[in-house]
Design a protein around this ligand. Structure first.
Ligand code: ATP
Ligand code: MG
Length: 464
């Protein structure tokens, strides 16, 4: 099938009257044309417009140099450091980029050099996939619009195929991120990767080792936004990419576990991530990595303390991918606490201590993770009932105005200092902590008078 590799077939032009471009974008193209330059809407925006999807950003490519673009749009422009000019037009910020070719990909990470060209064809040829290598010139009174599609992008879109432009191995050598982009597009669009392109990914997967964490993060985040991220993860694994970017997850394939449905930890993790909400990145990451500590704790068959090992491993992976501190803190917190085991015999104090340990604000997410974990294990009921029962108990405690953290106490450090006429210091902290312990056991104590009386008593008794 290698004979079906894309060849330059000359510039096929066909009209697509249904391609709608916002007037703001048309104005930018028209202005460049009126100034004597070539200009087209290009790339992902054309792909999405053909699919009938509203592109989230509109890109324009032109024969004008960055300086010339700035002259045409004197007032409304900013220049970013890649030489792309951002033109504001109405509500849109449009990236206007000079026709370019990219040369000298020494490290498979990013083009080390950008060179301009006066050929639209060359600009399209440096793009990654056929469906992303089309240009559209909006129609005017003078004539209908035209699609420039030298690599058969429209045909591949129709056949739902992700196909590299030109020689796929060379293209992945130039920029290894394209391999992840192929998986991302295939997943989100429900396309298949054309065999020669897939084969080239297998042969080039090792190059992904040089990718920066930030770029991996961006692609994975998009994959995790798919209805079923398992499609992407399985594809990454089959193509040899997962082994390179996340060996920890690939390793889960070797670890069996004995749940309602016989599966390995890898399959269980995929089923769990699919069962988390698509619009919640923290839960998706927590679902994916909640059992990442299992391979290392498999020795006794009980995965002893895998939640702590998993917490550490997930932190390492997410740091590698340069996720922000907040996301890492939330994901690892959920992983650390995902093994809670509620039983109806829990006393009120046990419920309150559980809430204190996890943090009231984290409980809804922790329960959603557990629900996904249960679905991922193939066991729908009866554990869900236990979750609901525990949720009700937590609600009861909230209604009873129980204190779940120091700031819920009816007194604060100042109150204690005034009451006991002591200065701030460790003694105040000790007394507050003790008050909190008492209130966890008996929420009825959480009134100002009772706590101040207790504080005096605690002080009298002294530490120990
Ligand atoms: P998205 O829907 O994520 O915006 P997109 O295809 O528009 O998808 P962008 O990153 O916005 O992706 O890039 C715009 C266009 O630039 C692409 O459609 C493609 O033509 C080209 N492009 C982007 N990244 C690469 C790359 N790594 N290698 C080659 N061409 C690329
Ligand atoms: Mg885009």
């Amino acid at each position: 099938m290698t004979s079906s590799l894309p060849r330059l077939r000359g510039v096929a032009r066909l009209t697509l009257p249904q391609l709608r471009v916002p007037p703001d974008v048309e104005r930018v193209v028209a202005k460049l044309l009126a100034s004597g330059y070539e200009a087209y809407v290009v790339g992902g925006s054309v792909r999405d417009a053909i699919r009938g999807v509203d592109p989230h950003d509109w890109d324009v490519t032109t024969s004008a140099t960055p300086e010339e673009i700035q002259k045409v749009f004197r007032r409304s422009l900013y220049l970013n450091h890649f030489g792309t000019v951002v033109v504001r037009s109405g509500d849109h910020e449009i990236e206007v980029t000079t026709y370019r070719i990219e040369a000298g990909y020494a490290d498979h990470r990013h083009p080390s050099e950008v060179a301009f060209t006066d050929s639209l064809h060359e600009d399209l040829a440096r793009r990654d996939f056929t469906m992303n290598a089309m240009a559209w010139r909006p129609g005017t009174q003078a004539g209908p619009g035209e699609l420039v599609d030298p690599f058969g992008g429209q045909r591949d879109l129709e056949s739902r195929i992700v196909r590299a432009v030109g020689d796929p191995r060379e293209r992945f050598q130039e920029d290894a991120l394209r391999m992840l982009r192929a998986v991302r597009f295939a997943t989100l669009l429900g396309f298949t990767i054309e065999p020669a392109t897939a084969e080239a990914i297998r042969a080039s997967a090792h190059l992904a080792a040089a990718l920066s964490g930030e770029r991996i993060q961006m692609e994975l985040t998009k994959m995790l936004g798919a209805p079923k991220p398992s499609v992407a993860l399985r594809m990454l694994s089959d193509l040899g990419l997962l082994e390179v970017i996340c060996p920890e997850l690939e390793l889960c394939k070797t670890t069996p576990q004995d749940k309602a449905v016989a599966q390995d930890v890898f399959e269980h993790s995929l089923a769990t991530v699919d069962a988390t909400p698509a619009d919640d990145l923290v839960l998706r990451l927590a679902g994916l990595f909640h059992d990442i500590g299992k391979p290392a704790t498999f020795a006794d068959g009980h995965f002893h303390q895998h939640e702590f090992v998993g917490e550490a491993k997930a932190r390492e992976i997410l740091r590698r991918w340069r996720f922000d501190k907040d996301t890492i803190a939330q994901v690892t917190h959920l992983i650390r606490h995902h093994m809670f085991w509620y039983q109806t015999e829990w006393t009120g104090s046990a419920v309150r201590r559980f809430v204190r340990k996890v943090g009231l604000e984290n409980i809804p997410a922790l329960f959603r993770l557990r629900r996904a974990d249960n679905i991922g294990s193939g066991a729908r009921s009866p554990r869900m009932y236990a979750l609901e029962a525990l949720w009700e108990r937590v609600q009861e405690e909230i209604a009873a105005a129980a204190a779940f953290s120091l700031r819920d106490l009816a007194v604060n450090g100042n109150d204690v200092m005034q009451e006991l006429r002591i200065a701030s210091g460790p003694e105040v902290g000790r007394i507050l902590a003790e008050l909190f312990e008492r209130v966890l056991d008996d929420p009825a104590l959480n009134t100002r008078e009772q706590l101040l009386a207790l504080a005096r008593e605690i002080e009298r008794k002294g530490p120990g």
